[in-house]
Design a protein around this ligand. Structure first.
Ligand code: ADP
Ligand code: VHF
Length: 371
């Protein structure tokens, strides 16, 4: 049985394919060129069937270990950056050569989180991808590790791949790793069951999704599932599969775990607001406000806010959290953090006339739960 998500990926005209460090590098030998060629073979096959592909490739740090005589992935940022600086060159060169076997040209795109998270920069990145694709090149993307600081870095490339997928208007996102699917627990523990389809958020309930990675990657399955949820909520179907099965994943999408996309594609502004922008603080909501905001798509009023924290000003993006501290929505707040303590819990007609407005207007609010 082919699901809607698998069909959409098999037929997509534009795809983002992300490959993790765990599938491309080994601790002892660095970049595994045989695996890289096999991945490029699968991508070239799909390119030959009228699909544009943006490749998001990790592996710079892993590829830089051996040349620097490092025997394990470094923990400190400075050594990771040094390894990435050396390894990115190896990686880009290897892709250029490997795609060259098919007379395909690659373009390297190194992004910082600012490039995709700040709205003004977003347009710039979008233009670069669009021109590369129209010229027939294969953009090969990685985080610009050498300049990313601890505070702003993505760390793993799963989230970056989901943001790029929305940015370029992709019809599908394929996350390739060393594991062949999402399981109901870390498969290294044994006795776990493979999950074929995630059709809604509730299908994820009860799954133990580990943060621990293969040793070379970062974020483990947790960051893949978070990225898959982001893309699916934005209207993009997602496949999580093994890099070793890249050919089938890119041809028929009949392997791994498929995430069903939400019906409607989010606009660039709402996607940015809900998933890309950095949050400056939190508004705590009572149960009534959660229902109004998430289920009924209403504005958030002061009466339903029970507390605030963070350091934000009117116009900043904040998280809206429920009593269990789960983020249920994000939005642009209409007050400074210093103004709110006097207003919260009061109904609108009790507020001073110059402050009689919604705390977050419905047009500036993106619910994150209950799709
Ligand atoms: N529920 C789960 N299902 C599948 N894999 C899981 C799960 N929990 C943890 N993992 C682990 O996540 C690892 C993949 O994450 P990671 O090493 O970060 O990959 P990559 O480098 O491809 O991004 C797998 O090796 C697997 O053991
Ligand atoms: N930018 C880093 C990616 C870090 C990383 O480990 O990512 P991933 O393997 O996707 O979890 C690199 O190229 O090494």
């Amino acid at each position: 049985m082919t699901s809607e998500a698998r069909r959409a990926i098999a037929l997509a005209r534009r795809l983002v394919v992300k490959v993790g460090s765990s599938a491309l590098t080994t601790t002892g030998d660095g970049l595994d060129i045989t695996r890289l060629h096999a991945l490029v073979d699968a991508i070239a096959d799909r390119l030959g069937r009228q699909t544009q592909i943006v490749l998001v490739s990790s592996g710079a740090i892993g590829a830089g270990l051996a040349p620097l005589s490092l025997d394990a992935r470094p923990r400190d940022l400075a050594t990771q950056q040094a390894a990435a600086s050396v390894g990115q060159l190896t990686l880009a060169h290897a892709y250029a050569e490997s795609f060259g076997r098919y007379s395909r040209t690659v373009g390297q795109v190194l992004l910082t989180s600012d490039d995709v998270v700040r709205r003004a920069h977003y347009r710039n990145a979008e233009r670069t991808f669009s021109r590369l694709l129209s010229l027939g090149a294969v953009p090969v993307v990685n985080e610009n590790d050498t300049v990313a600081t601890e505070e702003i870095r993505f760390g793993d490339n799963d989230r970056l791949a989901a943001l790029v997928a929305h940015l370029i208007g992709a019809d599908g996102l394929v996350l390739l790793s060393d594991v062949d699917a999402l399981y109901d627990g870390d498969p290294r523990a044994g006795g776990t069951r493979k999950i074929a389809e995630i059709r809604s958020e509730s299908d994820l309930d009860g799954l133990a999704v580990g943060m621990s990675s293969s040793g070379l990657g970062t974020g483990g399955m947790m960051s893949k599932v978070a990225a898959a949820r982001t893309a699916a909520a934005a209207g993009i179907p997602v496949l999580i599969a093994a890099a070793a099965e890249a050919e089938r994943a890119l041809r028929d999408a009949d392997v791994g775990t498929a995430f069903q996309q939400a019906g409607a594609r989010l606009s660039a502004r709402r996607f940015w607001l809900g998933y890309a922008a950095g949050s400056r603080g939190r508004l705590h909501l009572d149960d009534g406000a959660v229902a109004a905001v998430v289920r009924n798509r209403r504005s958030l009023l002061a009466a339903g806010v029970t507390g605030v924290d963070g350091d934000f000003q009117a116009g900043d993006v904040v998280d809206l959290v429920d009593a269990a501290q789960e983020v249920v929505a994000r939005g642009v707040v209409a007050f400074d953090v210093t103004e709110l303590p006097d207003l919260i819990g009061r109904s609108t007609h009790e507020l001073p006339p110059d402050q009689r407005r919604e705390v977050v207007h419905a047009d500036d609010l993106v619910p994150l739960r209950g799709r």
